[in-house]
Design a protein around this ligand. Structure first.
Ligand code: HEC
Ligand SMILES: [Cu+2]
Length: 297
C-alpha cells in the first residue's frame, strides 16, 4: 500500500534526524562540559554559514516529504474506473452493513467478498443515521451519511479475513455494528459470485420446509428479502444466501445454530436496541426456522 510506504519513509527519516540531533547534543554536552574552574569560556555570537545550512537542510527534508505525500493523497482520492474495477455499494444501517454489487446483481450483509489484488470502488451510503465504514488493515475510514454518496477505494493484497467496525457513534448498538471483508483468490471469488447469483431451490428437508412456511406466514417477510419467495422486505438484511455466511447480526455473533436460535428467540436481548423485534417465536418454530435459514446456501 502506498500509504504504508509513505509512513515508512517519514518514519525512517525521523529516526535518522532523531539519532543525529540527539547524538550531536549528547556529544557536545559531554565533550565540551565544564571540567575545571577555568572561568567563563570565550563568548561567540552568530555564524551565518551555520544558520544558512540548518535552514536549508530542513527545507530539503520537507520537500522530500511533501512530494510523495501529495502524490499519495491524489492516488488515494482518485476513484479508479474501468472494467477491472469491482463496484460495491456499502449501506450502513442501525446496526448492520449491507453490501450491494450493482454490476453482479448481488445483495448481502455483514460480509463483503472481494478478489485479491483487485481495485474495489466503494460508494458508501446510510439508510438512517451517520455511520463510518472502517477496515483498519485495508484502508482508511469514510463516513456513511444519509442522502449522500461518499466514495473511496481499497484493494486487498493478501488473501484472508479482515475485520471491520462502524467508527461513528450511531446509537445503542454502535459497538455491535461490525463486519468482515473476505479477500479471496480470483477462483474462489468467482465461485462465490455464482452461488450468490443463483436463486435457492425450495427446501426439501421437512424441517426446513416447515421453517419456510413459518417464515412466509410471519412478519419476517415484511423486513427481509429471500429471492424466489414472497419475502421482499428491505428493512433487515437480505437472507437469500444466509446459509453461506459465517456471522450474524452485524458480525456480532458467529453463525452457529445455537447463536441463531438465541437471536431468533429475543433479538433485542442479544443486541440492545435491535430493530428486529422479539416476535415471541416458540422453540419449535425457532428449530424449523434455523433449519430453513441454514439451507439457504
Ligand atoms: C421489523 C423488521 C423485522 C422483522 C419483522 C424481522 N426481522 Fe430479522 N432482522 C431485522 C433487522 C433490522 C436485522 C438486523 C439486526 C442487526 O443486526 O442489528 C435482522 C436480522 C435478522 C437475522 C440475522 C441476519 C444477518 O445477516 O445478520 C436473521 C436470521 C433474521 N433477522 C431472521 C428473521 C426471521 C426468521 C424473522 C421472522 C420470524 C424476522 N427476522 C423478522 C428486521 C426484522
Ligand atoms: Cu454505525
Amino acid at each position: 500500500m502506498r500509504e504504508a510506504g509513505l509512513y515508512n519513509l517519514i518514519f525512517w527519516m525521523a529516526v535518522v534526524v532523531f539519532v543525529l540531533v540527539e547524538g550531536l547534543l549528547l556529544f557536545t554536552a559531554l565533550r565540551f562540559r565544564r571540567r575545571t574552574s577555568d572561568g567563563i569560556p570565550s563568548q561567540i555570537h552568530g555564524n551565518t554559514r551555520l544558520e544558512i545550512v540548518w535552514t536549508i537542510i530542513p527545507v530539503l527534508i520537507l520537500i522530500v516529504i511533501a512530494v510523495p505525500t501529495i502524490t499519495t493523497i491524489a492516488s488515494a482520492s482518485t476513484i479508479p474506473q474501468g472494467p477491472d474495477v469491482l463496484k460495491v455499494t456499502v449501506i450502513g444501517h442501525q446496526w448492520w452493513w449491507e453490501f450491494r454489487y450493482p454490476d453482479l446483481g448481488i445483495v448481502t450483509a455483514d460480509e463483503m467478498h472481494i478478489p485479491v489484488g483487485t481495485k474495489v470502488a466503494l460508494t458508501v451510503e446510510s439508510a438512517d443515521v451517520i455511520h463510518s465504514f472502517w477496515v483498519p488493515r485495508l484502508a482508511g475510514k469514510i463516513q456513511a451519511i444519509p442522502r449522500r454518496q461518499n466514495e473511496m477505494w481499497l484493494q486487498g493484497d493478501e488473501i484472508g479475513e479482515f475485520y471491520g467496525q462502524c467508527y461513528q457513534l450511531c446509537g445503542t448498538s454502535h459497538a455491535n455494528m461490525r463486519f468482515r471483508v473476505f479477500v479471496q483468490s480470483k477462483a474462489d471469488f468467482d465461485a462465490w459470485v455464482k452461488d450468490q447469483q443463483a436463486v435457492p431451490a425450495p427446501p426439501t428437508d421437512p424441517e426446513a420446509a416447515k421453517g419456510a412456511q413459518i417464515f412466509q406466514s410471519k412478519a419476517c417477510v415484511g423486513c427481509h428479502t429471500i429471492a424466489g419467495t414472497n419475502a421482499k422486505g428491505t428493512i433487515g438484511p437480505n437472507l437469500t444466501h444466509f446459509g453461506s455466511r459465517t456471522t450474524i447480526a452485524g458480525a456480532m455473533l458467529e453463525k452457529t445454530d445455537a447463536n441463531l436460535a438465541m437471536w431468533l428467540h429475543d433479538p433485542p436481548g442479544v443486541k440492545p436496541g435491535s430493530i428486529m423485534p422479539n416476535l415471541g417465536l416458540t422453540d419449535d418454530e425457532i428449530k424449523a426456522l434455523v433449519a430453513y435459514l441454514d439451507s439457504l446456501k
